[in-house]
Design a protein around this ligand. Structure first.
Ligand code: ADP
Ligand code: MG
Length: 623
């Protein structure tokens, strides 16, 4: 696969003045900001010297907006006006969130123009973009305070599996916060960059990210300083919180608490569990005291409790390797990200599975932001532009609906981005002057089994016979994973385009489900596709011959006409009945019968409608 170079915005001779750019890890639980200080990228602290900004926003009674630790306090006292884990809401629809118990305490506004779930607060309804913008503003302020100047750009990290909608909304949030986004960067890639792995000639890297509530594994391949995401996997509901839960359950069992006692003391139990869990990352054993009960918990006992959860993370690693077509031995480095990778039981399991110790010497909380900061420094022009190129892939195929409700894939899944691909399509009916284009995402053959991303129309096609018009459709995915689709009628140059900003998002689990479904249904899909194609072809043949009969019927003898009409009727019936055997036989019969007629009508042009043929791969011209 040809690798396309990303034009670096800072691609000019090193400027004497140092320009201020930051890297931002916009996390589900915590966010951080990093920038080069005295030649080394460092995390910028807040006024108290802390570096994690809890990703929590509170809309106060006086109209004030607070972000971070102060907002966290309000999540207990004023939950309805405090937004936590807003990252989980990006790119999602209201309906799915209303049904989710996690978001029960929020009131969602009725659908706004773009279906994004706005949370009703006392400050009005706030959508995830607006809430995220508050977090970004707070980080920008912290950075400007530390760096003593105005920011010129930022690199913001996103999970590798984020789709178009989620990436676009992250960018929108940055714009709203007044930031100039140099680029969105995949979190695992940022982590690999923080460890300087990009300076190696080649290698395969696993990034293992176990945070508070989510787990992500990415497999990256590095070739001559170019990163490619080979595969990703994870669990959107597995993280440190689950280990806390296990430990809290263990304590309540040991202390013999009743169900009501557990319910009333839930907060204290959880707090103690978290504290003990953290201690067991340093100590071999801890003293436990709760509700009058006293005991001891060793690291080994805790590891035993954790086994089932840890096993799940390893199963995911195995699957990610399989998806990327690599074996355990092919992995050169394992990068640990997220607070929960401090747990020895997790580190041991990972070392065991991969047969080598993971990289852990950079603080797992900071590693993503540091990588983003390094990249920001390059992109703003403080470093030679050829320091490194970063490339990603699109996680699901992007295609267009064709006749018969079939999907024609234009950019297959796992294609390195940025990329542009063009394909030619044609009209289905004689005299057709407009075309409706439907952009879909997914691996299945039928439109109804894929996700609809956008629809747009091309008008002003000059009337021609079916199949004569040439419409070139170009899909371009930029370095941030955003799709623009363009259709152009080649003889007149009329064109129409659309930027895809889907109103509905997908999470990594849904992506995985879509991939699984496509594998499970591969055979059945192929058969349906063949049948639908035969139906479209036959229907077109019926149409064309009927039109020809009407126009040039006098070219045929009465007997010939009779025979053709009978064959047309038989074929039309086969289309109706979707009878694949009959479709083939009757199409063949009609083609044979009408061959002579066609020859007599030299201008009759029967062509396969809307069957595109791959043309050139278009060189991409990213921003
Ligand atoms: P997120 O990616 O969800 O924002 P983080 O990467 O900040 O989350 O990780 C937070 C999780 O890491 C919490 O569950 C926390 O308890 C856990 N954690 C932090 N430090 C330690 C430690 N020393 N030992 C074990 N777990 C830890
Ligand atoms: Mg994280």
């Amino acid at each position: 696969m040809a690798l396309l170079q990303i034009a670096e915005p800072g691609d000019k001779p090193a400027k004497p003045a140092h320009r201020l750019a930051v890297g931002i890890d916009l996390g589900t639980t915590n966010s951080l900001v990093a920038a080069p200080c005295a030649g080394k990228v460092e995390i910028l602290p807040d006024a108290d010297g802390g570096y994690l900004l809890p990703s929590i926003v509170h809309y106060g009674a006086e109209g004030e907006v607070t972000v971070g630790a102060d907002a966290r306090k309000s999540s207990l006292t004023d939950p309805g006006n405090t937004v936590v884990s807003v990252k989980r809401l990006l790119g999602r629809g209201v309906a799915e969130l209303r049904d989710s118990p996690q978001y029960r305490h929020y009131e969602f506004a009725a659908d706004r123009d773009d279906h994004s779930p706005a949370i009703v607060t006392r400050a009005g309804s706030k959508d995830p973009v607006e809430v995220s913008a508050e977090i970004l503003k707070s980080l920008a302020k912290r950075a400007e305070h530390n760096l003593n100047g105005a920011l010129e750009g930022a690199v913001i990290t996103v999970p590798a599996y984020f789709n178009d909608a989620q990436r676009q909304q992250t960018k929108d949030a940055a714009k709203l916060a007044g930031l100039n986004v140099l680029r969105l960067l995949n979190e695992p890639t940022a982590a690999a960059v923080a460890y300087g792995l990009d300076s190696q000639d080649q290698g395969n890297i696993i990034v293992f990210d176990l945070g508070g509530g989510t787990f992500d594994v990415s497999l990256l391949s590095l070739q001559k300083g170019v990163f490619e995401v080979l595969s990703t996997g994870g669990d959107t509901h597995l993280g440190g919180d689950d280990f806390d839960q296990l430990l809290a359950d263990w304590i309540s069992e040991q202390a013999g608490l009743s169900i009501t006692e557990v319910a009333t003391q839930r907060a204290q139990l959880n707090q103690l569990a978290t504290q003990l869990k953290h201690q067991l990352s340093e100590l071999e054993s801890v003293e436990v005291e709760f509700a009058g009960w006293q005991g001891e918990l060793t690291r080994a006992e805790f590891a035993d409790l954790c086994k089932p959860l840890v096993a799940r993370t390893i199963t995911t690693c195995r699957r990610v390797l399989r998806d990327g077509d690599l074996k355990v031995e092919d992995v050169d480095n394992i990068v640990m990200v997220g607070g929960s990778t401090r747990m020895p039981v997790v580190r041991d399991a990972v070392a065991n599975f991969f047969g080598k110790p993971p990289l852990t010497n950079i603080d797992p909380d900071k590693v993503v932001a540091i990588g983003a900061g390094i990249q920001a420094d390059v992109l703003i022009g403080n470093k030679p532009a050829d320091s490194f190129l970063l490339l990603d892939v699109n996680p699901l195929s992007l295609g267009l609906e064709t006749m018969g409700e079939l999907v024609e894939k234009i950019i297959p899944r796992n294609t390195t981005i940025p990329v542009a691909r063009a394909q030619e399509f044609t009209t289905f009916k004689d005299g057709q002057t407009a075309m409706s284009l439907h952009v879909v995402q997914g691996e299945r053959e039928l439109v109804s089994d894929c996700r609809s991303l956008a629809r747009f129309e091309l008008r002003g096609i000059p009337p021609m016979v079916a199949g004569a018009a040439k419409i070139r459709v170009t899909f371009q995915v930029d370095a941030d994973g955003l799709l623009s689709a363009m259709a152009e009628e080649l003889s007149t140059g009329v064109r129409s385009e659309i930027q895809v900003k889907p109103s509905y998002g997908l999470n990594s689990q849904q992506i995985e489900e879509m991939l699984q479904a496509s594998q499970e249904h591969a055979r059945e899909d192929m058969e349906i596709r063949a049948l639908k194609e035969a139906q479209v072809e036959a229907a077109q043949l019926v149409d064309a011959i009927q039109a020809a009969r009407a126009a040039d019927g006098d070219l045929l003898t009465a007997e010939e006409g009779q025979q053709i009409d009978t064959a047309v009727a038989a074929l039309a019936k086969a289309v109706q009945e979707a009878d694949s055997k009959q479709l083939h036989e009757q199409t063949e019969a009609l083609n044979r019968l009408s061959g002579e007629f066609a020859a007599r009508r030299m201008d009759l042009h029967i062509s396969k409608a809307l069957r595109g043929e791959s043309i050139n791969k278009v060189e991409s011209t990213p921003e």
